[in-house]
Design a protein around this ligand. Structure first.
Ligand code: MN3
Length: 237
């Protein structure tokens, strides 16, 4: 290409941009890298969990934090092809099977994708306000909902730095409370999650600042007990 041709191309592009600046601007944003991982949509509006979780936190948490895990995972697929085909649960149940060269980033980003997908589905603006059926019986046997939620909250408060607090069915098939650091999942403990709450600061800081205890207490109002019951049924099947 000679100088005159490149000038002509440039002039053409500039003219297009002047004609349709909004479109030109939109096209300037890089498209998300293609790949098998997709951000699952929230099943409700960003403000649907107000006042317990504010709309801005939900938007940033889902559209940016979760999207970052998806983007990173798609970037990791060329380095480890099995990532695209192996079930998430299989990989996260035994992260030692991930090739060492990509183990850290796969563990963090796939764990983040699993945990957040679980979290969005566990919350709802409507639905049952307390456990029912077999899950209710198991929670009652553990001291009732107030006692169990206190234990989960205590696990969340005791988690130094970032991580999650969980109500799980453990490897002995018993209801149990555990906490995991970073984006580790309960799966590698041989446990199946029933309830899980994100205690990373990004999950609550805009509204609750340093008051993690207030966030945890309020968060229980968002729990989708139908989903928790379904998780329990699957975990004990
Ligand atoms: Mn999070």
């Amino acid at each position: 290409m000679n100088r005159r041709d490149s000038l002509r191309l440039f002039t053409g592009a500039a003219a297009l941009a002047a004609l349709a600046p909004a479109r030109a601007f939109a096209q300037a944003a890089p498209p998300p890298p293609a790949g098998p991982f997709k951000l699952p949509p929230l099943g409700y509006a960003n403000d649907a969990l107000e006042p317990h979780i504010d709309a801005t936190t939900m938007m940033i948490h889902h559209d940016r934090h979760h999207q970052a895990f998806i983007t990173n995972l798609n970037g990791l697929v060329p380095k480890w092809a099995d990532l695209a085909t192996m079930p998430v649960e299989t990989i996260m149940a035994d992260p030692s099977k991930i090739p060492e060269a990509v183990r850290g980033p796969v563990r963090n980003n796939l764990g983040g994708h699993f945990n957040h997908t679980f979290f969005w589905e566990l919350m709802t603006p409507g639905g049952a306000k307390e456990p029912t059926g077999d899950l209710k019986s198991a929670i009652d046997a553990m001291g009732g909902l107030a006692g169990v939620s206190d234990k989960v909250n205590a696990a969340g408060l005791a988690r130094f730095g970032s991580g999650w607090a969980w109500l799980v069915v453990n490897k002995d098939k018993k209801l149990d409370v555990v906490s995991t650091p970073n984006q580790d999942t309960p799966l590698e403990l041989g446990a199946k999650p029933i309830i899980g709450v994100d205690v990373w600061e990004h999950a609550y800081y805009l509204k609750y600042q340093n008051k993690r205890a207030d966030y945890l207490k309020s968060w229980w109002n968002t729990v989708n007990w139908d989903k928790a019951g379904a998780n329990f049924k699957k975990a004990t099947a």
